[in-house]
Unconditional design. Structure first.
Length: 95
């Protein structure tokens, strides 16, 4: 995905390792109901990657298109979540 971002001039992301709440609860076996989620989760995958990006509003659709070309529709279970939020202040951002 990162190579595809770069090839389309979408650059500047921060990537962190992450684990979803359902997976974490399932691993800790704290709630029996979480077992119901097993059918929707990729049990082999232990953690995910969270990508943070700062992009102009007009590039959002391009970013979504790149992501979905790699992972498939985000409407499917256990593929990810994508959202935008306004940034009121930023310093040291290179365009």
């Amino acid at each position: 995905m990162l190579k595809e971002f770069a090839s389309q001039h979408v650059i500047g992301a921060t990537i962190i390792n992450s684990t979803g709440m359902a997976r974490e609860l399932m691993n800790k076996d704290e709630l029996n109901i979480i077992g119901l989620f097993r059918q929707f989760l990729d049990i082999k995958r232990k953690e995910s990657k969270t990508i943070f990006m700062v992009e102009k509003e007009e590039k959002v659709e391009q970013v979504v298109s790149i992501i979905e070309s790699i992972v498939g529709s985000l409407d499917k279970s256990d593929t990810g979540i994508l959202f935008t939020t306004p940034i009121d202040f930023i310093r040291a951002y290179k365009q």
